[in-house]
Design a binder for this molecule. Sequence first.
Ligand code: PHE
Length: 462
Amino acid sequence: MASRGGFSSKAGFIAAAAGSAVGLGNIWGFPYEVGAGGGAIFVLVYLFFCFVLCFPVMITEIAIGRKSGRNAVGAFNALGHKKWNFVGKIGVLSGILILSFYNVIAGWAFGYTFQLGSGNFAVADNFTAFTSNVFEVGTYGMLFMIATAFIVSKGISGGIEKAAKILLPTLIFMILGLVIYSLFLPNAMSGLKFYLLPDFSKFSFNVVFNAMGQAFFSLSLGMGALITYGSYVGKNDNIVSSAALITLADVGIAFIAGMMIFPFIGYISNGELTGVGGGPELIFVTLPQIFGSIGGVTGSILGASFFALLCFAALTSTVSLLEVPVSYLVDEYKLTRTKAAWLMAGIVYIIGIPSLVGNGYSEYFTEFIQYFNAETKTNFLSFVVNLANDSFLPLGGCLIVFFAAHIWKKENIDAEISIGAPNYEKSFVKKYLSIALPYLVPILLATIFIMTVLVTFFGVDF
Ligand code: PHE
């Protein structure tokens, strides 16, 4: 499969896959889901999903990708189960849907880099005015999509691998610096308590399915992104240790992003934490306030660099999102990579327009009526976020694992994982997977998915 290109090394794969995982999901999504989900109880459920359920899904996706050497749809054909390639097709659609809203938020982050760079900390108080200005934010989004398409059109490039290796650690250092800064603010501890001490009375079914959606989204699972990236992985690489590193990096970065934001929310709300409703705007309102409180040129430089780094983290994720439909078109329809990348980018940008205008500009999409139920209005962007993250991704993950364990068969998964992982045969992971893949993961995911459908469409209350 030399002609499809590939990662230069195991480190290159890990950098690219961790780059896919680490993105807006960690720094924008995680804190807002924690805020909306009642704090530490959400964090607890989230960690459970990441390590117990998602880690096996990640190993499975990479194994399917490497064994088949194909895109998310073609992988099923190559393994001899063409009937199952609908799972890959759901994945391609999820990727398109996710990228359509993701790019809008990335565009905001891009715009913030300039706003804070020019010392406009007040943008935080006028967030709706900022997002309603669709021509400006639409242009930022378009530039972002162009950058994504450009990188994808160049293939699995050494450039993005190398850049990821430098810029991600820089982002981590910067977040750690801000963690220290916010921990010393008055009332920081009340924020930290909200974040780290679970209040079990807040446990609900909503917490469970939001945490699950967030885990899948943040780890880039359930839509074949890692099947696709797995298809570029070398046979000597160790899938288990790679998956472990990717999961740890992703969860770790989300966790410290929370350590940065919640003490600060404690500070600005005078310890009341009333403002912690959470919502897609959380980091766009809270973070600039942090930089504003530092103030002056220092605040401006820090603010601009923070959002620039966030854009970079988002870019390594948008690249992986676009790569899923692009590799599908390239492998299955023999389009050139360049053509496929620009074509898909254009389509996805257009699909993203309702998400773009649904933040103050268009009343219809700002007060969008979900599932034809007038009582459940939300902005269109949140609607798509929830639809994709909480339904499509867990469903995709469930089907992928079910397919792997029961159709492709566990022996074949084990055989693929063993290549490059000499200790796997006798490991605890192997034992765990023999319960997790055929039973635990699909049963739990299917149950939660069915409950989600009942809640959403039939108004059942659990
Ligand atoms: N994991 C990315 C993030 O957290 C988003 C993503 C989801 C990327 C699915 C690829 C596939 O920002």
